[in-house]
Every structure is written in structure tokens, then in C-alpha cells.
Design a protein around this ligand. Structure first.
Ligand SMILES: Cc1cc2nc3c(=O)[nH]c(=O)nc-3n(C[C@H](O)[C@H](O)[C@H](O)COP(=O)(O)OP(=O)(O)OC[C@H]3O[C@@H](n4cnc5c(N)ncnc54)[C@H](O)[C@@H]3O)c2cc1C
Length: 398
């Protein structure tokens, strides 16, 4: 068997599609029974849209219910501050598409299903690697019927920021630190509510509001590890700041009946020094857990998958063992974008998020329109929309 991938998130689903399309036998394992569970991020960036276009899937993607964001704003107590506009990006896609991630993953896995070499196993949880002769030869997983093995020339860990396959491979992540966790919940949306997706900051509170048409998906930032303290104070400790930050939701916050209606998402920022072993590769958050800052983790995961497919599909198709030097080329290509993006995330964490959560930031003193500042005007759209070193699909369909 060519390749087995643990994790049906953006990294794993995109890699599976690209390899299956290139004629490689590939099995994708997802530990959940669907793609619907907790938060996975909704942002599909211009560079991901470009990849979909190169795969002939952009039309199908744009048929999905989605919202286009051409600019991004921060809402302060004194009104909106324009952070970036994507309208001047080169290329066809000059907006970010907000799509519930389960729709995006369903699109990728259905497209992969059109190729004979693709197999998707849901409810299949990878838990260990098969190691023989100094190399990884596949993985072990469990499902409703028991424990099983899959042997493959290449085993890919795309199992996210809590990856379980890194450890048996002897790969350890270097923690870069994140000052926050995220409390995640939804409230109904009314027709006359504002209709964008935005960041709301009024120190010491910060929220992100995502418009999902019939409801608001809301993210409330808390200090790292602060969830127990919040629950100890009772549900009003959440309802009150939400009603203060978004007064037009005050009539609905009572619908958060208790902490059973919310979930807490732990934020991690880390990366592996080494992403591979013989026969084994980590991509996406399993190689480098991304903070939600800028909402770019999905794009990075997709770009990792494209780079990995471009470099590895030929060797996988030949059926010969994959030289580790080829796996190292994937890391070498994707490490610089990872480092630069994580450095920018750390900067925002230390200069904006920590000061905001501890009342040391006054957003009302920011300029009203950052897009007029030359460096923001030029750099921010490319960084947010395309990312560092955007990848293109080079591997041919077979
Ligand atoms: C609170 C929060 C908000 C974020 N918001 C955004 C955003 O708006 N936009 C954005 O671009 N990024 C966002 N990010 C970052 C983004 O979620 C990740 O960078 C991105 O999802 C990484 O994709 P991935 O495929 O590598 O991993 P994941 O998306 O984590 O996918 C991993 C998949 O593997 C499965 N899995 C896990 N373990 C196993 C196993 N043992 N066996 C089989 N399957 C397994 C999981 O169920 C999951 O489907 C956010 C992160 C956080 C924490």
C-alpha cells in the first residue's frame, strides 16, 4: 500500500485527495464518525481557493453556502477599525471565504472518493506505529470492531495539535507558548444583526463573532488555563461580558443556560524540530500547532499537503521505499513559512492579546484605518490572504 494518513482535517484530507488523484493508493483515517464536531476554523484563504481552482474544484466549492470577507475589522468601543483589505491581491480570489469546515472536508473527501485508490475509514483512531528494521511501516488503529494494522510505504501524521503519532516516532514538539484559550458557543442570529465576521476588543475582553447566517458562532478569549476560574464564577461571568461587548445580543445571552452549552478549546503554539523518520512524516498542526491568531492554520495545513504531494507522489506511485531525504525536503520547504507565521502570531499574542486580556491595551488609540499605513497596505493582505510561500499543485492527475 502506498500511503496511510491519520487525521481527516484540512492537512490529511487535502493530501489524501492529491495523492489519490495522482494514482497513489491512499487510506485516510478519521477518529470521529463525521466532520461535524467542535470548532475547526471556518476560513478558506485566497491561496487555498487557488489550490481548489488548480484541482478544478473551485466552482463546486463556491456552490457551498459561504460568505466572502473582502476586509477584516476590529470593533473597539469607539467603532470599527479596518485592519486589512484583500481587494488588491493579485489573482482571481480577492476575498476570504467563510465556510463551516465540515463542508470543506466533505468536499475534499468526496472529490478523493472519485479516484479508485482512495479509501476513507471513519471512526478509526490511529494509536501506534508499526516499526520494523529502523523504519515506520504503517500504523495501528482501533474502530468499533477492534484493533487493526495498515501497512504502507509512507505513514503520515495529520492528526492535529494533540497528535498521538509523534510520540511513538520519537518526535517532540518545542512549545512556543500561547497566552489564551477560547470559549466557544453559539447564539441565534437575527436578520437585522450586522452581517460580517469580526473581532471585538474591549479590554480585558476579546471575542470573535462568526456569522453563520441563522446563528452567531462566538469565541470568547480567556487567559490560558482560566476556564476553571470562569466556571467557578457561574454562567453569568460569561453572559455579562458577552452582553457588554455585543449589546445587540443582550436579549439572547440567557440562552447560554450553563457551561454544558459551551466548550473550551485549548490553544497551542508549537513545532517539531524534525518532521520525519524513515517512512513517516508529520504535516499540518501535528508538525506545527498554530494559534488562532490571523486564522491561518487551515491554510498552512493545506499548503503543507500540497508541498508533500508535489514532492512525494512520484516516489509513492513507483512503489519503492521513500528516501528519508525526500521527506526532509518537505520539512525544508515548509519550515520557513511555519517559522515566519508563528513568529507573527507570537508577536500579536504578546503585543495585543496579553495586553488586552490584562487591560494594558487601549484599542481606541489605534488608527481608524490600518490599511492606509503603507506597510499594512502592502504586507497584511499577502500575509493573511496568501500566506508565506504559497504552494501550487504540480502533481498531475492520473
Ligand atoms: C480555538 C482555535 C481557533 C482556530 N481558528 C482558526 C481559523 O479560524 N482559521 C484557521 O485557518 N485556523 C484556525 N485555527 C487553527 C486551525 O484549527 C489548525 O491550524 C488547522 O485545523 C490544522 O489542520 P490539521 O489538518 O493539521 O489538523 P486538525 O484540523 O486538528 O485535524 C486533525 C484531524 O485528525 C483527527 N484525529 C486526531 N487524532 C486522530 C487519531 N489518533 N486517529 C485518527 N484521526 C485523528 C481529528 O479528529 C481531526 O479531524 C484555530 C485553532 C484554534 C485552537
Amino acid at each position: 500500500m502506498g500511503c496511510v494518513i491519520a487525521g481527516g482535517g484540512p492537512a490529511g484530507a487535502m493530501l489524501a485527495l492529491l495523492l489519490a488523484r495522482a494514482g497513489v493508493e491512499v487510506t485516510l483515517l478519521e477518529k470521529h464518525g463525521d466532520f461535524l464536531r467542535d470548532f475547526r476554523g471556518d476560513t478558506i484563504h485566497p491561496s487555498t481557493l487557488q489550490v481548489l481552482d488548480e484541482l478544478g474544484l473551485a466552482g463546486e466549492f463556491l456552490q457551498l453556502p459561504h460568505r466572502k470577507a473582502r476586509s477584516l475589522s476590529l470593533v473597539s468601543d469607539r467603532g470599527d477599525i479596518k485592519l486589512a483589505t484583500l481587494e488588491r491581491l493579485p489573482g482571481r480570489f480577492r476575498y476570504m471565504a467563510f465556510v463551516p469546515q465540515w463542508d470543506f472536508l466533505k468536499l475534499l473527501t468526496s472529490a478523493a472518493g472519485r479516484y479508485p485508490g482512495f479509501r476513507l475509514l471513519m471512526n478509526a483512531e490511529a494509536y501506534d506505529l508499526i516499526r520494523e528494521g529502523g523504519a515506520v511501516r504503517g500504523l495501528r488503529y482501533r474502530d468499533g470492531s477492534g484493533e487493526h494494522e495498515i501497512r504502507a510505504e509512507l505513514t503520515v501524521a495529520a492528526d492535529g495539535r494533540h497528535s498521538v503519532l509523534r510520540e511513538p516516532a520519537g518526535l517532540r514538539a518545542e512549545e512556543l507558548g500561547a497566552p489564551m484559550d477560547v470559549v466557544w458557543f453559539r447564539l441565534p442570529r437575527h436578520q437585522d444583526d450586522r452581517d460580517d465576521t469580526f473581532l471585538r476588543v474591549s479590554p480585558p475582553h476579546m471575542m470573535v463573532a462568526i456569522n453563520r447566517e441563522s446563528y452567531w458562532q462566538l469565541a470568547y478569549l480567556i487567559r490560558k488555563g482560566g476556564y476553571d476560574e470562569l466556571t467557578g464564577q457561574g454562567i453569568d461571568a460569561l453572559r455579562r461580558p458577552v452582553a457588554r461587548l455585543l449589546p445587540w445580543l443582550a436579549d439572547r445571552v440567557g440562552q447560554i443556560e450553563g457551561f454544558d452549552d459551551v466548550s473550551v478549546l485549548t490553544v497551542a503554539l508549537n513545532r517539531l524540530r524534525r518532521w520525519h523518520r524513515p517512512g513517516f512524516l508529520c504535516i499540518g498542526d501535528s508538525a506545527h500547532a498554530m494559534s488562532p491568531v490571523f486564522g491561518v492554520g487551515i491554510n498552512l495545513a493545506v499548503q503543507d499537503a500540497v508541498a508533500a504531494a508535489n514532492l512525494l507522489a512520484g516516489a509513492l506511485r513507483s512503489g519503492a521505499p521513500i528516501p528519508e531525504s525526500l521527506l526532509h525536503r518537505v520539512q525544508r520547504r515548509r519550515m520557513p513559512p511555519t517559522r515566519i507565521t508563528q513568529a507573527a502570531q507570537r508577536l500579536v499574542q504578546s503585543r495585543v492579546i496579553t495586553p488586552a486580556l490584562t487591560r494594558r491595551l487601549d484599542p481606541t488609540r489605534l488608527p481608524r484605518d490600518l490599511t492606509r499605513i503603507p506597510v499594512f497596505k502592502r504586507v497584511a493582505p499577502r500575509f493573511l490572504g496568501q500566506g508565506v510561500l504559497p504552494e501550487h499543485v504540480r502533481v498531475k492527475e492520473l
